[in-house]
Ligand binder design. Structure first.
Ligand SMILES: Cc1cc2nc3c(=O)[nH]c(=O)nc-3n(C[C@H](O)[C@H](O)[C@H](O)COP(=O)(O)OP(=O)(O)OC[C@H]3O[C@@H](n4cnc5c(N)ncnc54)[C@H](O)[C@@H]3O)c2cc1C
Length: 423
């Protein structure tokens, strides 16, 4: 089959790899000139298999307002909010208050994450990729005794689901992270031992190179306009090519991996994908004293900022902002990220010299990604991965390939079904 993959982010590239290995002809259509150049570019670099959870969490509802009101708080909203932002918030609240749904979705996401870890390790052993990656685990720091208490519950769930994790005392945290010499509050941490790190942008580009060697055609600088279909099947992808000409590319199947821009591609078929772009920010800077920087990756619950080591660089990331597709980078956001790093890893880098970035998490209001057959029999979706797309990419690529080939997927996909929002 000739399969077009729309979107060359980490999800599209991993999907293309699975499909070419199964003997299909694959064309990736990407409007940027590089793979992984949109949301997959400057993310927090965590492969956080044990952490995955839906944001539609009943307890989150009570945390959100104080976060919104606090000056350095992690949640921000453009005022007045757009209609799309208001709709997204109400939909999230509705899912958060659906009895039992959070627990079911969290377990479903953890199962997919477990599969993703296996698939990622297999992929990594098969190809020689350099992406500043590591397998040293991930720490969630507790800056209050209450945070430590909530980690005990998570630790129990992870153990039940087969993930290795440990509760650490502040002394043990400093043994694992000797560079953490700052005086930020610390009551301990939850160590997610099966998790890892890696530069998602580098990974996407390296894997795209491998895919090209395997025979995938990457068409960069092309904008997909629409899908040409009858009531049953998609016949072609209508695109504006790099010369600015409109063109139809004949296909046997299509996989939409277009992140935040996926909804517009399926809307003409009457499918509503309520993906909202949740904005975040990052800084990346070479470390001037690596011994004083993170050994792996930490989530600082005081500022809700993640600091990750990427080779000899530091990446720090934060904020959940509802501002539609606004790409501004206010200095105040970057200052909060700097403040968090400074409170944990003082002197590790010249934070004023950092490269800044903003990107949009393709969030669904209930939490799980959107994976499965779409509104035509040869139209598939692998999108809406929210804050865990790098983590889940390898597993999602594997299960969507199984769906396309009519095999039973390695993990149950019901919570991820594309049609669930209209039900
Ligand atoms: C601040 C921040 C921190 C994050 N941290 C983490 C983390 O630590 N771990 C983790 O797992 N995830 C993290 N994420 C989430 C993760 O980055 C995303 O889930 C992931 O990058 C989504 O990948 P994608 O391929 O679906 O989307 P994208 O990377 O956005 O790729 C979609 C591609 O489709 C292309 N496209 C769209 N429409 C068209 C069209 N019509 N024609 C042609 N091309 C098109 C776009 O140009 C784009 O390249 C974070 C996100 C943010 C914003």
């Amino acid at each position: 089959m000739h399969i077009a993959v729309i979107g060359g982010g980490v999800v599209g590239v991993t999907t293309a790899r699975e499909l070419i290995r199964r003997g299909h002809e694959v064309t990736v259509l990407e409007r940027h000139e590089l793979a992984g150049n949109e949301t997959s570019k400057g993310n927090a670099a965590q492969r956080s298999y044990g952490v995955v959870y839906p944001w539609a969490d009943p307890s989150m509802v009570f945390k959100a307002l104080p976060w919104l009101l606090k000056q350095d708080g992690p949640l921000k909203m453009q005022l007045p909010p757009s209609l799309a932002a208001v709709r997204f918030m109400f939909a999230t609240l509705r899912y958060a208050w659906s009895p039992g749904l959070y627990g079911l979705n969290r377990r479903a996401m953890l199962r997919l994450a477990m599969h993703s870890r296996e698939r990622f390790l297999a992929l990594e052993s098969e190809h020689d990729l350099s992406f500043d990656g590591g397998h040293q685990g991930l720490l969630h720091l507790a800056s209050t005794p209450q945070a430590m208490e909530s980690y005990r519950e998570t630790h129990r769930l992870l153990t039940e689901m087969g993930f290795e994790s440990r509760l650490l005392t502040p002394e043990q945290v400093r043994e694992v992270e000797p560079g953490m010499t700052g005086n930020g509050p610390l009551y301990g941490a939850l160590s997610y031992d099966t998790d890892g790190t890696g530069d998602c942008h580098l990974f996407s580009r390296e894997l795209a190179g491998v895919c090209e060697e395997l025979g995938v055609i990457f068409r960069y600088g092309v904008e997909v306009d629409s899908l040409e279909a009858d009531h049953r099947r998609v016949q072609a992808v209508r695109l504006r090519n790099s010369e600015g000409q409109m063109e139809s590319l004949a296909v046997d199947a299509v996989v939409v991996c277009a992140g935040c821009w996926s909804p517009e591609l399926v809307r003409p078929f009457g499918m509503n994908l309520p993906i909202y772009p949740i904005k975040g920010y990052s800084i990346t800077v070479p470390m001037k004293d690596a011994a004083r920087g993170p050994a792996s990756t930490i989530h600082d619950d005081n500022f809700k900022v993640v600091a990750t080591r990427l080779g000899d660089r530091l990446r720090a990331t934060g904020f959940v902002e509802l501002a539609d597709f606004n790409r501004d980078i206010p200095e105040a956001r970057i200052n909060t990220i700097r403040k968090s790093v400074q409170s944990r890893y003082p002197g590790c880098a010249d934070l004023d010299a950092a490269e800044t970035w903003t990107g949009f998490r393709p969030m669904t209001p209930d939490g799980p990604a959107i994976i499965g057959q779409g509104p035509r029999e040869n139209l598939y979706l692998n999108t809406g991965h929210g804050t865990f797309g790098w983590t889940l990419s390898a597993g999602c690529a594997s299960v969507i390939a199984q769906v396309i080939e009519g095999e039973a997927p390695a993990v149950p996909l019901d919570p991820f079904r594309p049609g669930r929002f209209g039900e």
